[in-house]
Design a protein around this ligand. Structure first.
Ligand code: MN
Length: 263
């Protein structure tokens, strides 16, 4: 493995470790994230009802790990809905999620983040998961409409593969407004086992001197969260050993960050 002279925190999505965020799953995820050498744990707040925020904050702090939070909104909480009750439910979920992220010690989430000194990341997802924003160019227009300095763009290679022309132009267009990155293969399995051109993507990140988090995101039917698994169409078992997967991903990302900055 390369020596880390690169500035980016390297993260891992908690769904690599466990499908829920109850106390034992969080303890397991924090322990494994630390043991496999990551800097940051991304927690999806789809199961926030079972998340012990104070205990999780303490566990992250004790392990010396950073945290970021993410959340998708299902149809019954779609803030772009024409039904005011549905919009209201979505707004409440976003506000609650922001409060939880802040209480966990995180600085990256979505919602009305500025009063708390936090960053709102607009994740660009593919057409099968949302009809609101599918490309970096769409996201930049939306961010301009919002007009707040703390609204940044979140790129994900899995979604880019479906919607963008290539892996370079969107990164260059987003430039210094890139705030968060998900790295996932075209099938969301082991990095490098699919066909995505990660060399081009990481070179583009270096071109714009991106220094934010790079978080590995992968899903398998081996780790299931009902609801989320259905929303994201996770039917196939792409891996069974999350620790082996995560160790490999950590090294893969570190190597690409390193080599992309050696030119
Ligand atoms: Mn993602």
């Amino acid at each position: 493995m390369t020596t880390d002279t690169q500035p980016n925190p390297i993260g891992v999505h908690a769904l690599v470790w466990a499908g829920d965020t109850g106390p034992s799953s969080i303890a397991f995820a924090v322990g494994k994230t630390k043991a496999t050498g990551f800097d940051l744990l991304e927690i999806s707040l789809h199961d926030s009802a079972n998340l012990d925020v104070a205990a999780t904050r303490d566990a992250l702090k004790a392990a010396g790990l950073g945290v970021a939070c993410s959340r998708g909104l299902a149809f019954d909480a779609d803030v772009s809905s024409e039904d005011p009750a549905v919009v209201e439910r979505g707004e409440k979920l976003l506000h609650d999620s922001l409060a939880a992220t802040r209480a966990l010690g995180g600085t990256h989430f979505t919602g009305e983040a500025q009063p708390y000194g936090m960053t709102l990341g607009l994740e660009i997802c593919n057409r099968y998961e949302t009809n609101v924003v599918n490309t970096a160019r769409d996201a930049l227009v939306l961010a301009d409409d919002i007009g707040e300095d703390n609204v940044l763009i979140h790129l994900d290679t899995y979604h880019m593969n479906i919607e963008e022309d290539d892996f370079v132009r969107p990164v260059h267009e987003v430039g210094d407004r890139l705030g968060y990155v998900h790295v996932g293969e075209n099938h969301r399995g082991y990095l490098g086992s699919g066909h995505l051109d990660f060399a081009s993507f990481f070179h583009a990140l270096a071109d714009v001197d991106y220094r934010g988090p790079v978080t590995f995101e992968s899903f398998s039917s081996a780790v299931v969260m009902r609801g989320l698994s259905n929303d994201l169409a996770i039917w196939r078992n792409l891996w069974s050993d999350g620790e082996d997967l995560a160790r490999h991903a950590r090294a893969f990302i570190a190597d690409h960050l390193h080599t992309s900055r050696t030119r």
